[in-house]
Design a protein around this ligand. Structure first.
Ligand code: COA
Length: 175
């Protein structure tokens, strides 16, 4: 399903996105901050699209005016999440390619996803987490209403996750 904000189109990933995904995700400043290694080839990006991004709760983020792929937004449900979430909860995850940082795009995308998750899907509590050495992502969460739980986790299955703790944030549905 496609959805829009003022500047962004949320659309399903396509195998044709592999070269553009590789250009963004091969940057060592992107994936490691989100818990995955930089992509090493266009073929690896294609496998990620096929095996990780091809579902009904992961979207490619595209700049509407230029038609450029800029990042990814998605949620994980009970059983898929890195966090101990409940059956009515979701964990949100996102990244934006470096050429597009600090333009408010992650905030615009996350704000929209929060609204979609609460008011369309019907989740009760949303969760997210960020590495302690990646405060920009924590700031994006705060701007979208997430509050610091004070909990930190080492998530050894994530890239860097065994060495750098993540801080866990939550947002409860409010009428
Ligand atoms: C984190 C990330 C999503 C932010 O995307 P973005 O589109 O640049 O975010 P926005 O422009 O909406 O907001 C960034 C905020 O962080 C702030 N910020 C930027 N660098 C910062 C830093 N080093 N320390 C603290 N805050 C910082 C910005 O000032 C801005 O806050 P403000 O509006 O109050 O000034 C993007 O940098 C990214 O994808 N990084 C790599 C992957 C990643 O971290 N994913 C998230 C995993 S939890």
């Amino acid at each position: 399903m496609e959805m829009q904000t003022s500047r962004l189109l949320f659309r399903p990933w396509s195998e044709e996105d592999a070269p553009a995904l590789f250009r963004l995700a091969s940057d060592p400043d992107v994936g490691p901050r989100a818990g995955w290694p930089p992509h090493g080839s266009v073929e690896e990006s294609l496998e990620v699209i096929r095996n990780i991004f091809s579902n009904d709760h992961t979207w490619a983020l595209v700049l509407k005016d230029k038609g450029e792929l800029i990042g990814c937004m998605g949620y994980y449900v009970f059983g898929e999440s890195n966090i101990d979430i409940g059956p009515d909860d979701a964990e949100l995850g996102y990244w934006i390619g470096k050429p597009y940082w600090n333009r408010g795009l992650a905030t615009e995308a996350l704000r929209f996803m929060v609204d979609y998750c609460f008011n369309t899907v019907g989740f009760i509590t949303l969760w997210s987490d960020f590495f302690l050495d990646n405060p920009a992502s924590g700031r994006v969460m705060e701007k979208c209403g997430f509050v610091d739980t004070g909990r930190e986790n080492l998530l050894s299955h994530l890239y860097r996750g065994g060495e750098v703790p993540v801080r866990i944030m939550r947002l409860d549905y409010a009428l």
